[in-house]
Design a binder for this molecule. Structure first.
Ligand code: ZN
Ligand code: ZN
Length: 244
């Protein structure tokens, strides 16, 4: 990771923008490729019909990639100015701890952010574009209002300002984020039922969990785990129990 950081450290603004575009378009096309590949996964159980891909989805998904690039450039700026400190040469154990810590902290912040968005009139209107996808397609993860994309990015940069983590730990977290986002927007299950039961018991969000959020926007606000939905009784099953 050290050579990569040296490259970013020596790069001018136009080079940082270019690297940001390469990384974010790389994430975008990897997500699209993984989504398409998982569509052919054997033994899948369909959750609903595929959301049609509109031209406006393609345009908005590309806007999201540019917003994420802006956040990346701002993150490099904060790092160069010493507001974000990155540590290197960490042990494997420390990196694993960093990834778990960052994932759980972001999970809590995203739950608060996502739930607030649903209950604040102005932000609900912004988030509505994502919920126009009552079912999901390969672009749903990227069909976000620019305020949401930038808001998520700034939230992560805020965490990095307060907690000095390694570039390796942050990179692994970002891979997990893309993977979870892609799998979460599938309109079918991937894992066998026995594995899904284990994932549910372990409070891990599955395709079904986020699919239910698109179908019933008043529940399942979690992104990586269902911990906070269970704690605050906003998970789908709690809501069903309350309605009965
Ligand atoms: Zn979604
Ligand atoms: Zn939502």
């Amino acid at each position: 990771m050290r050579p990569v950081l040296e490259t970013f450290g020596n790069a001018g603004i136009s080079e940082v923008i270019t690297y940001g575009l390469i990384i974010n378009f790389g994430i975008y096309f990897c997500s699209l490729g993984l989504y398409s590949a998982l569509n052919y996964f054997p033994g899948k159980e369909r959750l609903g019909e595929q959301q049609p891909v509109l031209r406006s989805d393609v345009i908005l998904s590309l806007v999201t990639v540019f917003c994420n690039t802006l956040v990346f450039v701002f993150g490099v700026f904060l790092w160069k100015r010493g507001f974000i400190v990155l540590s290197e040469g960490q042990s494997v154990f420390r990196i694993v701890l960093e990834v778990v810590f960052l994932t759980l902290l972001m999970d809590l912040l995203m739950y608060v952010f996502h739930r607030s968005v649903h209950f604040t009139t102005y932000f609900r209107k912004l988030h509505q574009r994502h919920h126009e996808h009552e079912s999901t397609n390969l672009l749903s993860l990227f069909v976000l209002h620019p305020v949401e994309s930038i808001g998520f990015g700034l939230m992560m940069l805020g965490v990095l300002v307060f907690f000095p983590l390694s570039a390796t730990g942050i990179s692994i977290y970002l891979v997990i984020n893309s993977l979870w986002g892609t799998v979460g927007h599938l309109n079918h299950t991937v894992l066998p039922q026995s594995w899904l039961k284990i994932a549910r018991k372990g409070c891990l969000c599955t395709s079904e969990f986020h699919y239910l959020h698109h179908q019933h926007p008043g529940c399942n606000f979690g992104f990586y785990t269902s911990i906070w939905d269970r704690v605050f009784k906003t998970n789908y099953s709690s809501l069903q129990e309350n309605n009965n």
